[in-house]
Structure formats: C-alpha cells, structure tokens
Design a protein around this ligand. Structure first.
Ligand code: SF4
Length: 368
C-alpha cells in the first residue's frame, strides 16, 4: 500500500471509529461492545407433535407427554468486529443451530441476541430486513442453496434489488459483475444455471450472493465440507480474502480443526449444546484446558508430535433428548466428581486468556 493510500485508509478508519463512538454513545453502549452478543441462548425442538399426539393413556388416566431435543442449552458468546470466530464440535453439538438462530431462521426457545447493541431475536421478518443486509449466511451445500430455475445473474440480482429498491438496471448489473469478478467467476457466465457449475464454482456463487449486498457480518455454516478436498483450500482462501477486502466479521461453523487453525482468530468449542471453552486460536491449540477440548486436540495427527498419546474418551455421547444433569460431559470425563453431576459449570476466565466451563479447572484438580 502506498503512503498516500495508507494515509487515506487511516483517515477513513478514524472517521469510521469516530462514527462508531458516536453511535455507541447514542445507544449508551461502550465503543468496544461486541458486534454480536449471544446470552443464555436455548433452542429446543419438540418431538411430540400436536396436542392430540402428546396425549397418552397411562395408569388408567390420560396424561400429556412432551419430548424435546435440547439442541442449545445456555450459550453465551461475544463476537468482536473483524474477527473470525470458529464454532467447533462434533455432529449434533448444536453449532449449526446456533448459526440458524443468530440469522433468525429459527426462533430461540430462550435467551437474547444483540447485534450492534440492538436486540434482534424478537424481530419479525419485516423489522429484520435492514439487519439482513448487514448479516448474510453461506450454507453448507452449494447444490441445494442455488435455485435451479434461476440463472446466476438472476440469483445475484435478487438480494441486490431487495435491499436497494431504488437502484436502476445499470447499477444492479454493475454490482453483479463486480461480485462475480471478486469470487473468480466470469461475469459473462451470468446467463448460465447453477447445474452448469462445479461444486466449488457454486460455492463461489453463493459467496458472491452473500457479498452482493455489502454485509459486515457473515455466518458460514460448514461452507467447505461438501466440496472436494482439492478445492476446499481455494474456497477457504477466497473467504479469507473477502474478509480482508470487505472488513468482514465471521461466525464460522465447522467440525474440521485444520480449518479452525487456518481460519479462526478465536475458537468456541461446543459439546451437547453448551460452550465448554472459548480461546484465541493459537492459545487453544497450544494449551487446551477443558477435558473435552484436550481429547479433541489429541486426535489431530501431527508429524512433529510431542504431545501425549491420543486421549480416548470412554462412554457414549449422551442423547440431547435426555440431557445429563450438571456438566453435560460428566459421563465421559475422567475427572468427573459429585459436583460435576449436580452443578452446571459456568464459563470462567483463565490466566491464559481463555474462558473455560469446568469445575475441575476452577478447583485446580486438573493440572494445566
Ligand atoms: Fe469433567 Fe467436571 Fe470439568 Fe465436566 S466439570 S469437564 S465433568 S471435571
């Protein structure tokens, strides 16, 4: 970057910082407030159907029985501007449900979501529209996320026309060309349909659709896991380039620790609908604290491996229908004690800059 452009950039940034401070002062929130704040989030899915289906005949009388899948069970997370927060965990831990609730695709059972200081979890579709422009989502499956009846040009024009109804034909067309070029798809391919592209190209188009409305925050739900291994790195690099170019903030859902290490500035580890550890990426990989995080990390094969042997977890993952009491990990944790079975551990700050939810760490029973 030249000195002149660097100076201009600094000038723009300071103007933006000033604007952010003024806005924060107006809203009575500190200037350093997170872009997204999740508090006490819960999401339960009913398995019992309607009221009639819930009625059962037991012991000579009719009783009402309801069963729920407890997908998210009290998640607290903050996402700062400009960071890429990776949420990692095995299948069924609730990470994709967090992404969908944040985007308003699912209503939370309990808890609050604040975006840029404003509560957004109770907003209806119309009230949510201005936020939708600022928050975009990239889905896992590029084969399902593009409408097969629309050309790529139509697919990309749709969100632009929705969020910029006053733009004329030329402005919309120029924006479509700009975003297609930015993701490495030639603009003159706009007349083609989704099925004419490979999986990697489709995911590039899905990224272009998200970028078309100039968002500041992107929720990416396993965006490369459905792609061939050979093109996963290209799409990941494209997402990283987009972050630099557009100053994006990411909530990145993945089960792949190699992706986390490459992409994330911070990591949140989830187990059975709860966050067990949050830490800067380098810290988590160097010094995992929570027993579950340690087991996850020990499973990564490394050439220069000097770490302890793979920690093998005993027992089955409990079902989210019958959630364990206390710490949800207690049935598989070698350090579990009575308090673990009775009391839900809260996230507490540790000396290495992480937050960990574990009685054993808090009590000093587990060596660091
Ligand atoms: Fe293990 Fe107890 Fe810590 Fe849960 S709270 S991870 S059971 S030591």
């Amino acid at each position: 970057m030249s000195v002149m452009s660097a100076t201009a950039s600094v000038g723009t940034q300071s103007a933006e910082n000033k604007a952010a401070e003024n806005k924060a002062a107006e809203n009575k929130i500190p200037a350093t407030a997170p872009l997204l704040s999740i508090r006490g989030l819960e999401k339960h899915f009913s398995l019992s159907g309607d009221v009639l289906e819930q009625l059962k005949f037991k012991g000579g009388r009719v009783v009402r029985e309801q069963k729920f899948v407890h997908a998210i069970n009290g998640v607290d997370l903050d996402i700062q501007r400009g960071e890429a927060l990776c949420v990692v965990g095995e299948s069924g831990c609730g990470k994709s449900t967090v992404a969908r609730v944040v985007m308003g695709l699912l209503n939370p059972t309990a808890g609050e979501i604040h975006y840029d200081g404003e509560r957004i979890d109770q907003l209806g579709a119309k009230a949510l529209l201005p936020w939708r422009q600022r928050m975009q989502m990239i889905f896992q499956n590029p084969y399902a996320s593009l409408n097969p009846r629309m050309t790529i040009q139509q697919t990309l024009e749709e969100p632009i026309r929705l969020h910029h109804p006053t733009w004329d034909y030329r402005q919309v067309k120029d924006k479509v060309s700009e975003v297609m070029t930015s993701v490495g798809i030639a603009p003159d391919w706009g007349a083609r349909f989704g099925h004419e592209f490979s999986g990697g190209q489709r995911q590039r188009i899905a990224i272009a659709r998200a970028l078309a409305v100039d968002p500041e925050f992107i929720v990416a739900d396993e965006p490369i896991s459905a792609l061939d291994v050979s093109i996963q790195a290209q799409v990941l690099n494209l997402l990283m380039d987009a972050q630099q170019a557009h100053n994006l903030t990411y909530l990145f859902i993945t089960h792949d620790l190699a992706v986390v290490e490459h992409f994330g500035t911070r990591v949140a580890v989830m187990y059975l609908g709860r966050v067990c550890e949050v830490a800067p990426t380098a810290t988590l990989f160097a010094e995992p604290l929570h027993p579950y995080t340690r087991a996850l990390m020990s499973a990564i094969p490394r050439l220069e491996d000097e770490r302890p042997q793979h920690l093998r977890l005993e027992g089955e993952v409990p079902t989210p229908i019958h959630l364990p009491s206390g710490c949800v990990f207690h049935g598989r944790c070698p350090h579990a004690e009575r308090r673990c079975r009775e009391e839900i551990p809260r996230l507490i700050a540790t000396d290495n800059g992480a937050m960990v939810a574990c009685h054993g760490i808090e009590e000093g029973r587990i060596p660091l």
